[in-house]
Write a protein of this length. Sequence first.
Length: 97
Amino acid sequence: VKHIVMWRMAESDDKMERAKDIKENLEALKDKIDVLVDIQVGINFNDTEAASDVVLVSTFNSEADLNEYQNHPAHKAVGTAYVKPYVAERRVCDYEF
């Protein structure tokens, strides 16, 4: 299962620092959540209107594992501290491959 999330950051003077915080803290979940097979977080360099600022691409062995990840306290803590307060828009796509 692939879990892809794209965010547009809220406008602020420290927008890029906040994006780096999101990347660092989400990628650190690899060592904290066993069901997380792989995770990559990228910061956008495309300056078009259609672009998002940050993307997460993660891999799980099953939909149940994705659900466990989404409800894991470490994942929820990152979302509360580093993501939700600083993003203006979120898009997600989950699929089997």
